[in-house]
Design a protein around this ligand. Structure first.
Ligand code: AMP
Ligand code: ZN
Ligand code: FE
Ligand code: FE
Length: 274
């Protein structure tokens, strides 16, 4: 039984359509795949139709952009009703904030000699409802400023770089509560990935668990073997579910993030999803 609980489509910042994500899952032999686009459920219907057609299970998810005391935290929510009004209102705020900061980012880049128009970003945005940094990165690639998204983030868009502009994220405790109210379960995505390494302490995980968190995404390519061991121990102490996932973004991220690159055990998936 092969289960991958974290993948993105071009409804947010992946490069495959929702159906293509599912077809690829089928092709590589997954039994279960979750579509977890950033802050929206726009791809669920298309992915569900594809999953039905090829005979694999789709898990409906959303990766919610949250934060706590200035640290960004991605919260994977599964099995929730995306129409739950209070949650939908909050997700729309995040999506609006993501798109609204594009002109500011473009102005900062222009001040450093990188000239892109909003039309360039819209072209890169394609089927996605909101434009984010990955689409700016794609526009930079298309205009020849950088090789790939990674270089765009490393040199221009990431933490401490010239084009960095913060945006509104949902307070993480509010997000966990709203996901619960919407009938879903939450899992912290790649907690020790990128800059957030060790900002999230065992004590903080305990507070999240007390607030209703269900699991920790332990097996993820942003985590080395030592980080995985430590996160697994924290999950065990707090009786949290351990997941493993690829965070597939199509050709938007490297081969380390290939669909199926990390998997969740059937037992843990059962605990999470019932
Ligand atoms: P935004 O929500 O517009 O700030 O964009 C954040 C998204 O960009 C994240 O959810 C990731 O999917 C992607 N991202 C962040 N850092 C990187 C990176 N270093 N390389 C590639 N993609 C990244
Ligand atoms: Zn993403
Ligand atoms: Fe993430
Ligand atoms: Fe993700």
């Amino acid at each position: 039984m092969k289960i991958d609980l974290h993948a993105h489509s071009n409804k947010s910042d992946g490069t495959d359509s929702p159906a293509e994500v599912v077809y690829r899952a089928r092709r590589i032999g997954l039994d279960v795949v979750a579509l977890t686009d950033h802050d929206l459920a726009d791809g669920w219907a298309q992915a569900q139709a594809a999953a039905h057609a090829v005979g694999i299970r789709l898990v409906r998810g959303i990766e919610i952009s949250t934060e706590h005391e200035g640290t960004g935290i991605h919260l994977l929510a599964y099995g929730l009703d995306p129409e739950h009004a209070p949650l939908r209102t909050e997700l729309q705020k995040v999506l609006d904030a993501r798109s609204a900061r594009i002109p500011t980012i473009l102005a900062k880049l222009a001040a450093h000699g990188v000239h892109l128009t909003e039309a360039d970003v819209r072209a890169a945005q394609g089927d996605a409802r909101a434009a984010g940094r990955p689409h700016i990165a794609d526009a930079m690639v298309a205009s020849g400023y950088v090789r790939d998204r990674r270089q765009a983030f490393d040199e221009w868009l990431g933490e401490g770089r010239p084009g960095r502009v913060t945006k509104y994220n949902l307070p993480v405790f509010d997000a966990i509560r709203l996901v619960g109210e919407a009938g879903g379960r939450s899992v912290v995505a790649h907690p020790w990935g990128r800059g957030s390494v060790r900002a999230m302490t065992p004590q903080f995980f305990a507070e999240l668990a007390a607030a209703g968190l269900t699991g920790i995404e332990v097996d993820h390519n942003d985590h080395d073997a030592a980080a995985r061991d430590q996160l697994r121990a924290i999950a065990r102490d707090l009786d949290l579910v351990v997941t493993g996932s690829s965070d597939y973004h199509g050709s938007g991220k490297g081969p380390d993030f290939a669909l199926g690159a990390n998997l969740t055990s059937p037992g843990e998936a059962e605990r999470l999803l019932g």
